[in-house]
Design a protein. Structure first.
Length: 206
């Protein structure tokens, strides 16, 4: 990482922290997550790529592990997330992606840290889950917690995910779905069904 990158990442991190102080958060059904943390049982947060900004602000400095791709966008996101107190599991290609999932599973087991997973990243299709999170939940035995964010005022970018940035002072309603598990052994049909079921759970939250 060169000096220019460090300056950019540090500047974006400062801006993100300052921006987060203006947001008005309301959490819905967060008690199950708190109960898991008291018992040191990690969970996997399932989120949409478009809603990552307010969630990164809300859960900063908690040591959550995030699976981040090695794409160009992923490099920028990773540079900021590490400065916001997140742990990273990196991977983009099929082999690297599997390595990232195994790394995330190891961190969950060794450090009892939660994992956040953008289910439709890094390039979409938008709001269509990929199999990685189902594999991770099956491999680790962790509960999946679907999470959505309703932003009262926001700017929607013209990107594949329609990335949403809440305006300053915006109200952000964060809804946590009921934690659930997937089977320990999964066939291709069960993985596909798991993806579809997760998408349905996410869509029903807002």
């Amino acid at each position: 990482m060169n000096l220019n990158h460090k300056i950019v990442y540090s500047g974006l991190t400062m801006l993100t922290r300052a921006w987060s102080l203006t947001l008005n958060y309301t959490r819905v059904n967060y008690e199950p997550v708190l109960n898991f943390r008291k018992r040191k049982i990690p969970v996997i947060f399932a989120i949409y790529h478009e809603e990552i900004f307010p969630l990164c602000c809300l859960h900063k400095d908690e040591g959550v592990t995030i699976v981040v791709s090695r794409s160009r966008d992923g490099e920028l996101i990773a540079g900021v997330l590490t400065r916001l107190g997140y742990n990273l599991a990196r991977g983009s290609s099929s082999r690297e992606g599997l390595r990232a999932l195994l790394n995330a599973a190891r961190q969950m087991k060794a450090n009892k840290t939660d994992v956040a997973f953008t289910v439709d990243g890094p390039r979409g299709p938008r709001r269509i889950s990929k199999p990685g999170i189902i594999y991770l939940a099956s491999r680790s035995g962790a509960f999946i917690v679907p999470v959505r964010v309703g932003m009262r005022t926001k700017h929607v970018f013209k990107s594949w995910d329609r990335f949403s940035l809440p305006w300053l002072w915006s109200e952000c309603r964060v809804v946590y779905g009921s934690p659930y598990k997937v089977p320990g052994k999964l066939s291709a049909e069960r993985i596909k069904a798991g993806m579809t079921g997760l998408d349905q759970k996410l869509e029903c939250l807002l």
